[in-house]
Design a protein around this ligand. Structure first.
Ligand SMILES: CC(C)(COP(=O)(O)OP(=O)(O)OC[C@H]1O[C@@H](n2cnc3c(N)ncnc32)[C@H](O)[C@@H]1OP(=O)(O)O)[C@@H](O)C(=O)NCCC(=O)NCCS
Length: 156
């Protein structure tokens, strides 16, 4: 990751940029793009926080998580396609771990589609372990829905 890369909390002024990052990452999977309004409602929910990563003066990625009591959830993680394989996701995840630990979480959960080998590899190499499977969890446009693996990471 470039030394000039900076992380900052996702705020009300970043909604369009966050929605654009999310759409660029997930529409290719056949998922519905989140709107600015979706982002606003999500970030206004209890316990939710977002992070925006900028590199070389441009938006490179985002992460959104939620903490409820001692459990946290990674709600979304996306890196712009022309910024991938440079450690951006690892950097975002490290910042998420710091945030949720500081907020009192002991375990971090996420759901990842079984047809997403890049994300599966990322989470496996970061220490997440499979805790369950949700059949037909991710809608894929007009195609068949994809199963999700539930993964968990012990933060203690
Ligand atoms: C998954 C995603 C977030 C990874 O972002 P990234 O910035 O490229 O990831 P990093 O550069 O930090 O890579 C960290 C590790 O993840 C794994 N990884 C990342 N992309 C990979 C790929 N295309 N194939 C295999 N492994 C991959 C590797 O283990 C990699 O380490 P390495 O580069 O030392 O081999 C990115 O591809 C993305 O935004 N995809 C679309 C959205 C998505 O799938 N989000 C996650 C949904 S749960």
């Amino acid at each position: 990751m470039a030394a000039s890369a900076v992380l900052h909390p996702l705020g009300a002024l970043d909604l369009d940029r966050a929605a654009a990052l999310h759409a660029e990452a997930f529409v290719p999977f056949g998922e519905r793009a989140w709107t600015r309004q979706d982002m606003a409602e999500l970030l206004a929910s209890p316990g939710v926080a977002g992070l925006l990563l900028q590199a070389e003066g441009a938006d490179a990625g985002l992460a959104v998580c939620r903490v409820v009591a001692d459990e946290a959830e990674l709600i979304t993680l996306a890196v712009r396609s022309d910024r991938r394989r440079r450690g951006a996701a690892r950097r975002l995840l490290a910042a998420v771990f710091d945030h949720v630990r500081a907020a009192g979480a002991k375990t971090l959960f996420l759901e990842v589609a079984v047809d997403n080998p890049a994300a599966l590899r990322l989470y496996e190499t970061t220490g997440f372990r499979t805790a369950g499977r949700r059949p037909a969890y991710f809608q894929r446009g007009s195609g068949p829905a994809a199963d999700a693996l539930v993964m968990r990471l012990d933060l203690s």
